[in-house]
Write a protein that binds this ligand. Structure first.
Ligand code: GDP
Ligand code: MG
Length: 344
C-alpha cells in the first residue's frame, strides 16, 4: 500500500499519469471511501481517497510494485519520506492535516482549543528553533519540548490512571463514585470484576481514563482470578499514574503488589478508602504500615477518601490533575502533539 498526501491545491491526476482508471469516475471527483479499480503499468491497483487530499494506492503484496509506483510518483515531483508514502505536502500543510485529524480525538473544549491554536504557524517556528544552528535557540526549544511533551501528547488521548489494590478495598466503588460525581463522563465500559473496566472522566478540562483492575492477592487458587491479577500487574507498566487503594481500617498491603510497585516509575497516590467507617468510630484508623511503603519510591501522596460518602474525592482528583499537568499551558505556547519530523 502507498499512502499519498497532497496539498490542497494539487491536481491529483497530474501525479497519477501511470494510472489507467477502470471505474467510471475521475480521481478529482472521487468521493471519500469510493473504491476505484484500475491498473498502473500493467499492475492491478485499487485507489481510495481516504480523506480530502489523502489517498491510498493498494497493489499486490511484495515490495516491487510499491517501489515501481513510488518511482513514478517521485518522477512526477512527489517526495517519499519512507517507502510506501509520497507527498508534496508543505510542513504547514501537514500541520493543518494532522491538526484536523487530532481535533476529532479531542473530547474537551480545552484540549480542542489548544490543538486548534497550533495551526497558526507556531509549530513551524518551534520546529525551526529545534533545528536552529543557534545553540541557545535549539537548547531552549528542547527544554520546552521536555516540559510540555506529556501535556502535548495527552491533548488527543487520555492519561491512563490504574486503580489497584487488594480485593474488597473499594476500587470499583471508588471508580463508580468518581464517574458518578463527574458530569463529564465520556464513556464507561461495563465488565466483570475480573476484567479491566475503564471509565473516562474529565478533570479541569483534561481527559483521564480510570482503569479498574482485579484485586491483587497472593493466595488466589482460581485460574480466572490469577489471570486477572496478571493483567492488573501488567497494567502497572502501561499507565501514567497509579492509585493504590487500601482499606483504611486495615492499613495492610499485599506483598506481591508491593514488590511490583517498587519497580514502578510513574507517580503513585496511596488512597486510604472507607474513611466513613474510621470517622464513625472511636478508631481513627490503623496507621498505614509505613515500612511496606518505604521502598516504593514513587509514592508522592496519601489521600483519605470514602467511596461511600464522597469524602476526599475532590482531593484525589486534584492529585490526578496536578500530577498530569503540574503547570497549566498558556494558550499561546507551542504544543507539539505529533512528531514534527518524519512520517506522521
Ligand atoms: N463503608 C464503606 N464501604 C465501602 C467503601 N468503599 C467500598 N465499600 C464496600 O467494600 C466492599 C468492596 O467494594 P468493591 O468496590 O467491590 O471493592 P473492590 O474489590 O476493591 O473493587 C463493598 O461491600 C463496598 O460496598 C467505603 O468508602 N466505605
Ligand atoms: Mg472490583
Amino acid at each position: 500500500m502507498i499512502e499519498l498526501r497532497l496539498d490542497a491545491q494539487a491536481d491529483i491526476a497530474s501525479f497519477m499519469q501511470g494510472f489507467q482508471m477502470g471505474s467510471a469516475c475521475t480521481l478529482a471527483e472521487a468521493p471519500q471511501g469510493r473504491i476505484l479499480f484500475g491498473s498502473w503499468s500493467g499492475e492491478d491497483v485499487v485507489i481510495v481517497r481516504t480523506a480530502g487530499y489523502c489517498w491510498e494506492i493498494n497493489c499486490h503484496g511484495g515490495t516491487i510494485a510499491v517501489h515501481r509506483i513510488c518511482q513514478d510518483l517521485a518522477a512526477a515531483g512527489l517526495r517519499s519520506d519512507i517507502e510506501g508514502s509520497a507527498s508534496n505536502e508543505s510542513f504547514q500543510g501537514r500541520i493543518e492535516r494532522v491538526t484536523n485529524e487530532a481535533l476529532l480525538k479531542c473530547r474537551t473544549r480545552k484540549t480542542a482549543g489548544l490543538v486548534l491554536a497550533q495551526q497558526d504557524g507556531r509549530l513551524l517556528k518551534f520546529a525551526s528553533d529545534l533545528q536552529s544552528e543557534s545553540d541557545d535557540k535549539s537548547r531552549s526549544a528542547r527544554q520546552h519540548m521536555q516540559r510540555w511533551q506529556s501535556v502535548a501528547q495527552h491533548l488527543t488521548k487520555p492519561w491512563r490512571v490504574a486503580i489497584v489494590g487488594e480485593p474488597n478495598v473499594g476500587k470499583s466503588s471508588l471508580i463508580n463514585t468518581i464517574a458518578g460525581l463527574q458530569r463529564s463522563i465520556v464513556s464507561a465500559t461495563p465488565g466483570t470484576t475480573r476484567d479491566l473496566v475503564e471509565a473516562d472522566i474529565v478533570v479541569r478540562g483534561w481527559m483521564f481514563r480510570l482503569i479498574d483492575t482485579a484485586g491483587v492477592r497472593s493466595d488466589s487458587d482460581s485460574l480466572t482470578e490469577q489471570l486477572g491479577i496478571v493483567q492488573s500487574l501488567a497494567l502497572l507498566g502501561d499507565c501514567e499514574m497509579i492509585c493504590l487503594v487500601v482499606d483504611g481500617s486495615s492499613g495492610q498491603f499485599e506483598s506481591v503488589l508491593m514488590d511490583r510497585l517498587k519497580k514502578v516509575e510513574v507517580p503513585i497516590c496511596v488512597v486510604r478508602n472507607k474513611y466513613d467507617i474510621l470517622s464513625d468510630s472511636e478508631n481513627t484508623g490503623v496507621p498505614l504500615c509505613a515500612s511496606s511503603l518505604d521502598s516504593v519510591h514513587a509514592v508522592t501522596a496519601t489521600v483519605d477518601v470514602s467511596a461511600k460518602t464522597g469524602f476526599g474525592i475532590s482531593e484525589l482528583l486534584t492529585w490526578i490533575a496536578e500530577t498530569a499537568v503540574p503547570e497549566e499551558p498558556l494558550t499561546e505556547i507551542a504544543l507539539p502533539f505529533v512528531e514534527l519530523f518524519g512520517p506522521a
